[in-house]
Design a protein around this ligand. Structure first.
Ligand SMILES: [Zn+2]
Length: 120
């Protein structure tokens, strides 16, 4: 009982995050002024640079959305109920809200980061 409630809450968090990121991406796509041909060469160059930056941001957003989709699949297909992928402890909902794409608890995440730092 308690578990399915938790799963429902996690799903809600992920769906909300997805909707939010999806919206951001839509706005970004809309702001790309394709077809605008006014202005001189300098204007066009500025616009092109601007477009490149936005496309980069768009791609980063898209990756975020992909990981959110994966996280959602983890819940719906994999039966994930928010336990840490390393130690199996339940991750607090607050943390899932802040880092919806992570499947590690705070402790394991910082351990992992330390290991990664040590490798460099
Ligand atoms: Zn852990």
């Amino acid at each position: 009982m308690e578990n399915s409630d938790r799963v429902r809450q996690i799903k809600t968090i992920l769906l909300q995050a997805l909707a939010q990121e999806g919206n951001k991406n839509k706005k970004l796509a809309d702001s790309l002024a394709f077809g605008e041909k006014s202005g001189d060469i300098a204007d066009m160059a500025t616009r092109e640079k601007d477009a490149f930056e936005k496309i980069g941001e768009f791609q980063r957003q898209q990756e975020k959305i992909n990981s959110l989709h994966l996280a959602l699949l983890r819940v719906t297909e994999g039966g994930w109920n928010g336990e840490c992928g390393e130690c199996g402890e339940k991750i607090p909902l607050k943390r899932i809200e802040s880092y919806p794409t992570s499947d590690l608890c705070v402790g394991c995440q910082s351990l992992k980061e330390e290991k990664e730092k040590g490798r460099k």
